[in-house]
Design a protein around this ligand. Sequence first.
Ligand code: ADP
Ligand code: MG
Length: 238
Amino acid sequence: MTALSLKNINKSFGDIRVIQNINLNIKPGEFVVFVGPSGCGKSTLLRMIAGLEDISSGEFRIGDRRADQLPASERDIAMVFQSYALYPHMTLAENIGFPLRLGKLPKETIHKKVQEIASILKLEHLLDRKPGQISGGQRQRVAIGRSLARDPKVILLDEPLSNLDAALRLEMRIELAKLHKQLAATMIYVTHDQVEAMTLADRIVILNNGEIVQTGAPLELYQTPVNTFVAEFIGSPK
Ligand code: ADP
Ligand code: MG
């Protein structure tokens, strides 16, 4: 079974091709990390999977359906942005519950779901605060919490820890790994940080210039890099 399938995916902005011939199948529950240098196309690829960016050519399937034939409400994909993108005038509870309010669910259902998410992410004691009254790490937790509100099958995270300091990044990495186990959701995580990639991924996809250079389990890439780009990026012994 396949959660997501990308076949010959290309993306151009004007005359400039930024994603070239991507072929990739992602299994349900897999934790996949897209890694590569700045500008290599990681965010563009993720945004296409999220449905936030048109695909220039190729076939993208979610489960066994073509993504372009699926209504937005049936995509079951949530995205966490690097910038958090929280609503400053809303409390944390309102931020986390916002995707459910859009779905016009009963107040009690929303309340229960928000409590459940807050407990998973250790935010229970902060729910009445606003984003301006909490730390950066807590804001990132809220952004992740909001992405969980609709029980998505697939969660996309674009450099979610890049605005945090090193100690907090390590802590959040451990929490994200736990969260993945607990939710059993498919996750795609974008980073330019090879340590994050090596520690979080079931499978790493290394990108360069809009192309996949190699995919494999962290140890596999470390031990058998296909070229010096991968070896240097992953830090394999020479
Ligand atoms: P990454 O996330 O790996 O840093 P991006 O996906 O953001 O890379 O960008 C890949 C390439 O596409 C870059 O050269 C970037 O300048 C270009 N690009 C991204 N978004 C746009 C856009 N909306 N219009 C034109 N070029 C873009
Ligand atoms: Mg990016």
